[in-house]
Design a binder for this molecule. Structure first.
Ligand code: LMR
Length: 398
């Protein structure tokens, strides 16, 4: 019977991980999957997470089920982290989900249930799993221009002119910060204009927020999103704690909805719970409890964990900003041009280098440098000692 199965297209980021593992060259560099690495090439467990794990181990009395929405303390704390006080607490409805991908999936189930006449608009390019999940769920989608391959910045006027084709009730997928794969971000002015646009055309924003704290700062990264959330009646946010808490494998995420209408709040809450029930039943609690312990420090004078976490996240971000500076300086020297100066202006883990797929293949085959086929690099995959090797390899293939 199983011969009737069709081979599924392999996710290009996952495929690259396997290729890298199989490569035996010593000098190989992994700039593929979006996992933070320190200068020793390790993805350490953050020390706030380690301390929270001890507290959890000492205080947790049961492993019985929590609830279909998951850990409500976690939801409250991440809502506060993302939205601060710009939206009244009683207007935020949330449910925990396994990671940012799980949150995105659950939000799409909800969107699909609102009606089948809507399209989801995603940026070109976007994280490959966005289109893959939309396709899997049979939700119609379209793309809008986002990245200008000439300047390696956002082309906002082209984006807005594509979005003129949206219809009332459509969904606009935005990246909250640290756009994946490009690294080119919307400015606060862009967010303001998009807010006006969504209000005027009755467009529902769906914001994928996977990198808060990795761009300019924990609060700076969500200025645009907060502006939007405080000015619209309805908004969906998919949150991931994989990167900013380093909890990748523990699958910590949340679907948050800003819902102004009281009657609709109950509807949204019950629907999210029911979608959890039929997808995975109860969301995984372990990582969410760790995040709750860390962020819950806000409410306790004695709890230093939130400060430890903030400091650690700040130093991860500053390390990436330093790498960006050094890399663009080194590329300026090796290519004798300013072509790659945008690397210093991009934010987050990624930059789209604007290389052809042949050039990406040459870098992998001749130099052992692994980046995603669209030429996305993960800045955090580089260490300081590899910068010159990387730059001179780029110079020799362009
Ligand atoms: C990435 O874009 O590399 C990360 O978000 C990991 C993933 O799941 O693709």
């Amino acid at each position: 019977m199983f011969e009737n199965l069709k081979l599924q297209p392999e996710d290009k980021i996952m495929a690259l991980m396997s290729l890298f593992r199989a490569d035996e060259r010593k000098e190989k560099i992994d700039l593929g999957v979006g996992v933070y690495k320190n200068n020793n090439g390790q993805t350490p467990i953050m020390s706030a997470v380690q301390k929270a794990a001890i507290i959890l181990n000492d205080t947790q009395k049961t492993k019985s089920y929590v609830g279909l929405s998951g850990n409500l303390g976690f939801i409250d704390n991440v809502s506060q982290l993302v939205l601060a006080d710009v939206v009244a607490k009683n207007q935020v409805v949330g449910a925990q989900a396994p990671g940012g991908t799980g949150a995105f999936h659950q939000l799409l189930l909800l969107i699909r249930s609102i009606g089948d006449d809507k399209q989801v608009w995603i940026s070109s390019p976007s994280w490959p799993n966005h289109a893959a999940i939309l396709k899997h769920l049979g939700i119609p989608f379209n793309t809008y221009s986002y990245f200008d391959y000439e300047t390696c910045e956002v082309n906002f006027s082209r984006m807005m002119s594509d979005l003129e084709k949206t219809n009332s009730g459509d969904v606009l997928l935005l990246h909250g910060c640290c756009h994946n794969p490009t690294g080119a971000n919307l400015s606060l002015e862009h967010w303001k204009e998009l807010t006006k646009f969504c209000e005027k055309k009755n467009i529902l924003p769906l914001v994928d927020l996977a990198y808060q704290g990795f761009g300019d700062g924990i609060n700076d990264d969500v200025k645009g999103l907060r502006y939007m959330a405080s000015n619209l009646q309805e908004l969906c946010i998919g949150i991931s704690c994989s990167k900013n808490f380093g909890l990748y494998r523990d699958r910590v995420g949340a679907a948050l909805m800003v819902v102004s209408d009281k009657k609709n709040q109950k509807l949204v809450e019950e629907n999210l719970k029911s979608f959890n029930r039929v997808t995975f039943s109860f969301p995984p609690d372990y990582g969410a409890s760790l995040v709750e312990i860390i962020l819950g420090g806000n409410n306790s004078k004695n709890n230093e964990l939130i400060h430890i976490w903030e400091n650690e996240l700040n130093s991860m971000r500053n390390g990436m900003l330093e790498l960006r500076k050094s890399l663009s300086a080194s590329l300026r020297l090796s290519t004798k041009s300013t072509r790659f100066d945008f690397i210093e202006r991009h934010r987050g883990m990624f930059s789209l280098m604007g290389l052809s797929s042949d050039q990406v293949t040459r870098l992998r085959e001749e130099f052992g440098i692994y980046m995603v086929g669209d030429s996305r690099i993960n800045i955090a995959g580089l260490n300081k000692d590899q910068i010159d090797y990387f730059s001179s390899s780029i110079a020799s293939i362009i």
